[in-house]
Write a protein that binds this ligand. Structure first.
Ligand code: GLU
Length: 475
């Protein structure tokens, strides 16, 4: 009996020793793993970012933003899932990476000499300029010597670093650094006169100006600054190497250009008068027609997209007429109206209904394999130029080695439909192919502003960026 007991005890301690050894070996193994191997073993890539229209926000279809999409592609490339930590300020972003709580920072970060001492940067994915901005109508300074008000920039930002360099040339230059405000807040403070000047990256500016056209550029502070992801220098460089491979793949495949097209392709030109007029009309003229847009959009369309189309067509003027015979809020031709059973094109409710049904018919013709948002953009182009001409441009795209399912490639070929040497090979012949390109860019811009003005609860004035789950914040 005693023997048996001793044996059992002995067996148990042997078992404990084996388990302990296995545990220690496993622990040693994890310690020997590279950063990349650890990420793969955990099945998760953790990024830290900041909320904003150029980085990360929760849109109608869930998480979006250039940085988010890019990081999601990287996670896919590594075969792991993505988890996002959102930090309020640049200091929080950097300390999250330093503390090893995130594998990388993807937050529209500029590569700077000071930062390079502390972080590894991925190959740059975007070049931007830095502009000093002020409110339109106020005194326009041409250089730092001429500033006559308070200049505020984000604390720990590349802009603060730039100002330190400028101080060598402009001894009187002074500024304030804030860690309370985000880029959007700085911009709003300029518009509401609580601040005079700030520095802003040109990609941020191109978006912000759509909502605040009165934001004016005083001068360019720095050109060709590079945005990239930052990695802690405390980690080995296995993840950094994988990111380098990833960016090379994104460049070669054209996917990086495609992502840039999604977020910035329609923002290349800025028209102050047009943007201001649109914002005014969205708040004064549009509201009376919203019930018609909503009832015609039904479940499958977004009323804000229909409203954006209507603005492009008629500036929300139900009595609009063009010399070519198109009429009304949605500028329908007589045959289209007849075909859709519309009796009066000048009646806004009927016109919107006709436009919505016509747009739906076009959506049905666009091949389902085309992914969003390209799917909607192709439909918009077809709504403008006709489905046949869009098809011709897609065939031309394929003929020239482009991808007929990508808007960025088709957009480049549509204008060729004006040239005889190209349209003579097409089925539907000549078309003013540059017009649908402009049309799609305009509708996209209007649609974005309407989404910003009218969020999903349809309360005017709420900023969709505020919908982000507070649990994702790092404080
Ligand atoms: N690119 C800036 C930086 O790295 C951040 C963006 C901004 O503040 O506009 O500091």
């Amino acid at each position: 009996m005693l023997n048996k007991l001793q044996n059992r005890k002995c067996n148990r301690s042997r078992f404990v020793i084996i388990m302990l050894t296995a545990y220690i070996l496993a622990a040693c193994n994890t310690n020997n793993q590279t950063h990349l191997q650890k990420i793969k073993a955990k099945g998760e890539l953790r990024i830290v970012t900041r909320q904003g229209p150029t980085t990360y926000f929760i849109g109608g279809n869930g998480p979006s933003g250039f940085e988010y999409d890019l990081a999601a592609r990287f996670a896919e490339f590594l075969g792991v899932s993505l988890s996002v930590i959102s930090s309020d300020d640049l200091d929080g972003i950097m300390s999250t990476v330093n503390a090893g709580k995130a594998d990388l920072a993807a937050a529209g970060l500029t590569i700077t000499p000071e930062r390079e001492k502390l972080y590894h940067f991925s190959p740059p994915y975007q070049n931007i300029d830095v502009k000093l901005v002020f409110k339109q109508g106020k005194y326009w300074p041409r250089n730092f010597d001429q500033l006559d008000g308070k200049l505020t920039v984000l604390a720990q930002s590349s802009h603060a670093e730039l100002l330190l360099q400028q101080k060598k040339h402009y001894a009187m230059l002074s500024w304030h650094e804030s860690n309370q405000l985000a880029v959007e807040d700085l911009v709003e403070s300029i518009v509401d006169d609580s601040l005079s000047y700030t520095l802003i990256d040109s990609n941020d500016l191109s978006l912000q100006r759509r909502y605040h056209p009165e934001l004016a550029i005083a001068f360019t502070v720095a050109k060709d600054q590079q945005l990239a992801w930052a990695f802690s220098r405390k980690d080995d460089d296995s993840l950094y190497q994988a990111a380098t491979e990833f960016f090379s793949f994104m460049q070669k495949s054209g996917d990086l250009a495609q992502l840039q097209e999604i977020y910035y392709g329609h923002l290349k030109t800025f028209d102050y008068v047009g943007s201001t007029r649109f914002l005014q009309a969205a708040q004064t003229r549009l509201p009376q027609f919203i019930p018609f847009f909503k009832s015609s959009a039904k479940q499958n369309l977004d009323w804000k997209l229909l409203a954006a189309i209507a603005y492009q067509e008629s500036h929300w003027n139900p009595k609009a007429k063009s010399p070519t015979g198109v009429r009304g809020m949605m500028m329908l031709t007589l045959p289209t109206a007849k075909h859709l059973g519309i009796k009066s094109r000048l009646d806004p409710k009927q016109s919107i209904e006709g436009g919505a049904r016509y747009f739906e018919q076009i959506l049905k013709k666009i091949p389902k394999r085309i992914k969003e948002p390209d799917f909607t953009w192709m439909a918009l182009a077809a709504y403008n130029v006709g489905f046949g001409h869009l098809e011709d441009a897609r065939i031309l795209t394929q003929f020239q080695g482009g991808d007929p399912d990508k808007w960025i490639d088709v957009k480049e070929r549509l204008p060729l439909l004006r040239q005889r040497k190209w349209y003579k090979f097409t089925r539907h012949g000549y078309a003013r192919g540059d017009e649908p390109v402009q049309y799609v860019d305009n509708v996209r811009r209007y649609y974005e502003v309407l989404k910003w003005l009218y969020d999903d609860d349809e309360k005017p004035g709420d900023n969709p960026l505020e919908e982000i789950n507070p649990e994702q914040q790092v404080n």
